[in-house]
Every structure is written in C-alpha cells, then in structure tokens.
Ligand binder design. Structure first.
Ligand code: SF4
Length: 346
C-alpha cells in the first residue's frame, strides 16, 4: 500500500527505500527535496533516476489539505479553513509578530472536551487527525509564508492534542527531526485542557517541547463549570501531575488563563490562583475572553483586566498579558469553529 510521506520518520523512509532495493542515501535525497526544497512531486526530483522516480510514485504520496478560505484580520493574523481528503473541515491560524511567525494548528476534527468558552466544543468530536494531517498543516503554512520563516508552532487549534496522543507525538517527532522540519523543541508548544494520564505519559516519552495548560480557574467548582474535564481530573491532581512533569522535563509549564467578566477575575479567584501557582515554577499567560455567538460569557473591561493583572503581580512567576489576535475573523483563542465567515478580505 502506498504511504503518506509526511507521516514517515526518516528511519521509516530509509527502511522503505531499502525494501525497494535502493541505497540508503536515496532516502536522504528524497528528504532534501521535500523538506529543504519543498518539492513533493517525485517527477520533479531531478537528482533521482527516472526509474526510481516512477517507483516512488507508486509507493509514496503526499496529500496537503485544500485551502477553502483565507480570512485576514486587521492585525495581520490569517485564518485558513482547510478541507481534508474526506471533506472534514479544520482550521489553522498564522500569527505574524515582527520576525516571528507562529502557526496554531489543529489536532482533531472538533473536540470532545466540551470547554464552555470554546467554539470548537460545539462541534463535538468528529475524529482524530492522522499524523500527516497534522504535519501537512505545517508544510502548507511554510509554503504560504514563502520567503518568511515559520518560527513557532502551537497545538492550540481545534482539538485536545493529548486525546490524539500517538498521532500528535509522532507529528512532533517529525517536526523536530533535523532531516525533516527541524524545529527546535523550544519552538513547539502543546496546549492541553489537563488530561492527567496523558500528561504523565508525555513526561515518560522523553520528547521535549513546551507544555501549556489551559487553567481558567483555580477553584475546583468553578473550573468544573467551564471545563468539564475537571470533574474527572481535579485541579489538585492536575497540580501534582504537573509538578512531576516539570521534574522530569526541562521547560517551565505555562498556564493559560482566559479572563471572563463576572466569572473568574474576582478577589476569590485571585486568591485561589495565587495559592495554586505560588509553589510551581511556571509562567502565566492571561488573555481576555473573545465573545463567541451563542455563548453566555462576556469580555471584561480594560479596567477590570488591569485590576486582575495588578493583583497577580505579587506572583514570582512571569505573567504575560497576551493580546488577542484575529478576533475580528473569529481566529482568536476559543473561536475556531471551522465555519465560513462572510465578507472577509481574501
Ligand atoms: S478549549 Fe481546547 S480542549 Fe477545550 S473544547 Fe476547545 S479545543 Fe477542546
């Protein structure tokens, strides 16, 4: 059966090439064409003999998602609505910031975790993405950027990445391999809603990357309201698992906190958050809630945001107020829903 090239680790491609009776160095030539020259059509790989090119065409193939719509925000953020080979729709978002270009990718079609502030949750889980459907978003983004360099990748698009553990981990290995995409581990961030067994499993894989945890409340009962995963995996258990994760891996954990008016930015929320984060070596990213149709939550005022951030400043951890990007095209945090937006700039 023909194999998807973008889901093969170099050692797997080398083995397939040896199985075809070819020399190992041919695999490296193919990897060069794909990952350095961005050529996936074997017919164009002119350093290979015509016979080999024909053989490869029968054995391997590459499928990139089809871009159905590009929406461009006034701040330069680009959202891509993508169609996969079975017509499933996902979204990826490219966020330029000076010389930095960050790609936010999806790991599932929809999501089962049902976070109450998230538009993706409304879709439910349709299916996991295959490894090549994850790596091909990166390949596509690199093509879209042209001369500009893709610098960072975040698994913060549609889906809970740790619910698609094996495919996501393999994709990260391909993204980091120096014969493939060659991304440094510090340039890849995986964001989770807090799937405790998989966080523990992730620590044991030895694979390096940055881990972000979507926290949004340090009060158990409140977190259960907006993040139902908390009813299965409590915040106290989550904290223990994260401390253990931090011990086994090299990077500090980042907590993401979406500020929601009249819900999680009051005095008791601050106290609970300070208690929760006080003894963990971590970073805290706060971001304001972006309104989503049909969801009851509201965006706090600038004054309320300032008050909340000031009251958190006693924390020794680094606190960053991440400005929302792409909110006008529904590309900001929590807004991805794989739907057409009308009247966008193309
Ligand atoms: S926030 Fe993430 S984990 Fe929660 S429902 Fe949305 S996509 Fe899933």
């Amino acid at each position: 059966m023909a194999k998807q090239v973008l889901e093969l680790l170099p050692e797997e491609l080398i083995q397939s090439i040896l199985d075809l009776g070819e020399k190992k160095f041919r695999a490296k030539q193919i990897l060069n064409w794909i990952y350095l020259k961005k050529i996936t059509n074997f017919a164009e790989m002119t350093s290979l003999s015509e016979t080999l090119r024909l053989k490869l065409q029968n054995q391997f193939y590459t499928t990139l998602p089809t871009v159905i719509q590009r929406s461009i925000s006034i701040d330069g953020t680009k959202k891509y609505l993508l169609s996969l080979s079975d017509e499933s729709k996902i979204e990826m978002v490219l966020i330029p910031n000076g010389k930095k270009n960050t790609l936010c990718i999806s790991s599932q079609v929809g999501c089962a975790r049902n976070c109450q502030f998230c538009a993706t949750a409304k879709l439910g889980l349709k299916r996991n993405l295959e490894t090549y459907e994850i790596t091909s978003q990166v390949f596509l983004a690199i093509q879209e950027l042209g001369e500009d360099k893709l610098t960072n990748i975040v698994f913060m698009g549609m889906g809970e990445p740790l619910d698609n553990f094996d495919n996501v981990i393999k994709a990260i290995r391909i993204l980091q391999d120096d014969l493939c995409f060659n991304f440094s581990p510090r340039r890849i961030t995986l964001s989770t809603s807090g799937v405790i067994p998989q966080i523990a499993k992730l620590a044991d894989t030895g694979i390096k990357m940055k881990l972000a945890v979507s926290l949004n409340s340090a009060i158990q009962t409140k977190r259960e309201i907006i993040m139902p995963i908390s009813t299965t995996y409590s915040i106290s258990e989550l904290k223990k698992t994260l401390i253990d994760f931090r011990r086994k891996t090299s990077y500090r954990i980042t907590f993401e906190y979406v500020m929601i008016k009249d819900f999680n930015i009051g005095n008791e929320d601050v106290k609970a958050l300070l208690r929760f984060l006080g003894d963990i070596s971590c970073k805290l990213n706060v971001i304001k809630w972006n309104e989503v149709d049909d969801l009851p939550y509201k965006t706090p005022s600038d004054k309320e945001i300032e008050k909340f951030i000031n009251s958190m400043s006693v924390l020794s951890s680094a606190i960053t107020y991440r400005k929302s990007r792409g909110a006008d095209i529904d590309a900001a945090c929590g807004q991805l829903a794989a739907k057409y937006i009308h009247n966008v700039k193309e």
